[in-house]
Design a protein around this ligand. Structure first.
Ligand SMILES: CC(C)(COP(=O)(O)OP(=O)(O)OC[C@H]1O[C@@H](n2cnc3c(N)ncnc32)[C@H](O)[C@@H]1OP(=O)(O)O)[C@@H](O)C(=O)NCCC(=O)NCCSC(=O)CC(=O)O
Length: 486
């Protein structure tokens, strides 16, 4: 059999050589050039192939039950602190009711302290509660010793103490002096996905000592940014931001592939801050009375949409199948030819052809609505984002990991599935992490959705079919009738 095959192969080679020799010289040039190009392309691909990086495991913070807040707790705090006028209290009540947040999110310790003051000590307590518990849970379940961590990235936008949050974690868990630590501040809600990109790069550049663990810890801190003034843009922040943290272990140790949950396929970061409107969409500032807070402009939602358009234009060619790219080109071309350039510019490829699951930044009801409209996503696609906003509020950069945990709690992830994390952050930035599931995922014992995932999506507020003016009147009426404390 083998002799027959080798004799037919040599016959084929001989006849190919004869045919090539019979070709005129000018016909050989393109043939040789194409062959060289092909070899160069293959070599380039092989040489540029990055070391695989895996998400070994992650953990999301589930605060103690006594940190839960609902509208009644907010009303009580608002009345007792004596910082807010009736108009301001009415505005916050209205925003809370419209925000998409449920009655079980978590607030920082100082809200329950009875002191009604923003202090450094409360901020440190808030940070320690979230960071230490998530890291402890994660290391315990991942079978990784703190001294094995070679890279530590800690992201917190609004609190940057000295020594840094990364030093606090290194000190608490007695990590090795060789650990390379990074603290990201002021990066907004995309810091978690940015942190993953940074950690993967930090692992991959260690050419001499490949094979390490990078720990990414993301949190937000409200204690020093709780706003006690009358500026509506800054009051919106009080109403939608809540306590939450996540810790994620990524590794390039080949032997840990068998234990890992996901492989990092691609990251993409785009920064749109060269545009003034984008830069000013969410800003930490003082009001006229000197009260510090974070102002969220009404323009933020438009800015997020514009940023997303630019972001997906870069991402699409790398993640979409060729068939969807061709379909997109065909739709755009048809609209141009029909003399409708505006409609052509609004066409967006179908990203559901690239991903089975999407963790879309759930920074606010209007942000989710905008992404869903722009991308053509139905209710099922944005269900994890709405559920996360409802159950945990805007926990900033850890949001996308609570959404990942939602998929796992619902047992929706199967080996081979592709998953897109998309986050927006002040600046204004957009950041994507693309993952591939390495196994069917089931919820871990510390999954924050254990005990409540079954309530979703039924627990989500129904979309209102009324006109905005009717909705505003109904909400104002409802607040007046139902929401005053006795
Ligand atoms: C705030 C909302 C819940 C309000 O819900 P609706 O849009 O349904 O309600 P609505 O339009 O009737 O508005 C209710 C009232 O609030 C006012 N209003 C709405 N948004 C406002 C804002 N940003 N600043 C000041 N006022 C605002 C409206 O004018 C109106 O006042 P009046 O009744 O007087 O006319 C929503 O718009 C929303 O989700 N916005 C996005 C929140 C956001 O910015 N998230 C991103 C966070 S930053 C982030 O995630 C990234 C990062 O930090 O890095």
């Amino acid at each position: 059999m083998a002799t027959t095959m080798s004799s037919s192969l040599s016959t084929a080679m001989a006849s190919l050589a004869t045919s090539l020799r019979s070709l005129p010289a000018h016909a050989l040039v393109p043939l040789v050039a194409s062959a060289l190009l092909f070899v160069a392309a293959v070599a380039r691909r092989v040489l540029r192939r990055q070391r695989p990086v895996y998400l070994l495991n992650y953990s999301c913070h589930l605060p103690d039950v006594e940190r839960k807040v609902n509208l009644e707790v907010c009303e009580y705090f608002g009345q007792r602190c004596r910082h807010y006028s009736d108009d301001t209290a009415d505005f916050m009540r209205l925003i809370y009711r419209k925000s998409g947040l449920g009655q079980e999110t978590y607030a920082p310790p100082f809200i329950f302290s009875g002191e009604f003051q923003k202090t450094q000590a409360f901020a440190v307590q808030e940070a320690e509660e979230g960071l230490f518990s998530t890291v402890a849970h994660l290391l315990a379940k991942s079978d990784v010793h703190p001294r094995d961590i070679s890279v530590l990235v800690v992201a917190c936008s609004m609190f940057s103490p000295a020594p840094s949050l990364s030093s606090m974690i290194l000190g608490r868990f007695k990590m090795s002096p060789d650990t390379k630590t990074y603290s990201l501040a002021g990066m907004g809600c995309s810091a978690g996905t940015v942190g993953i990109d940074m950690a993967a790069r930090a692992l991959r550049v260690r050419r001499r000592r490949p094979g390490g663990y990078a720990l990414v810890v993301v949190t937000e801190n409200m204690s020093l940014n709780w706003y006690f003034g009358e500026n509506k843009h800054m009051l919106v922040t009080n109403c939608i931001f809540r306590v939450g943290s996540a810790a994620v272990l990524v590794t390039d140790v080949p032997a840990r592939r068998a234990d890992a949950k996901y492989e990092l396929v691609r990251t993409l970061r785009t920064h749109h801050g060269a545009d003034d409107a984008a830069f000013n969409a969410a800003v930490q500032m003082e009001d006229e009375e000197g009260n510090v807070g974070v102002a969220l402009t009404k323009d933020l939602v438009r800015v997020a949409g514009a940023g997303l358009r630019q972001h997906i234009a870069t991402l699409a060619p790398h993640v979409l199948p060729v068939s969807e790219l061709l379909r997109y080109v065909w739709r755009v071309a048809r609209l141009y030819v029909a003399g409708n350039p505006k409609a052509a510019a609004a066409v967006v490829p179908d990203f559901q052809r690239a991903f089975e699951h999407m963790c879309i930044h759930s920074g606010g009801k209007a942000v989710i609505d905008t992404v869903a409209k722009l991308m053509g996503f139905g209710p099922h696609v944005v269900e994890p984002a709405r559920a996360t906003l409802h159950r945990f509020g805007n926990t900033s950069s850890s949001l996308v990991f609570y959404e990942l945990a939602y998929f796992e709690a619902k047992r929706r992830v199967r080996a081979g599935d592709r998953l897109w994390m998309l986050a927006f952050g002040t600046g204004f930035k957009a950041c994507s992490n693309v993952w591939r599931a390495l196994r069917d995922a089931a919820p871990d014992a510390d999954n924050p959705w254990n005990g409540c995932a079954h309530r979703y999506p039924a627990a989500l507020p129904p979309p209102s079919s009324r006109k905005p003016s009717e909705r505003a009147a109904a909400a104002a009426d409802g607040c007046a009738k139902n929401d005053k404390l006795p």
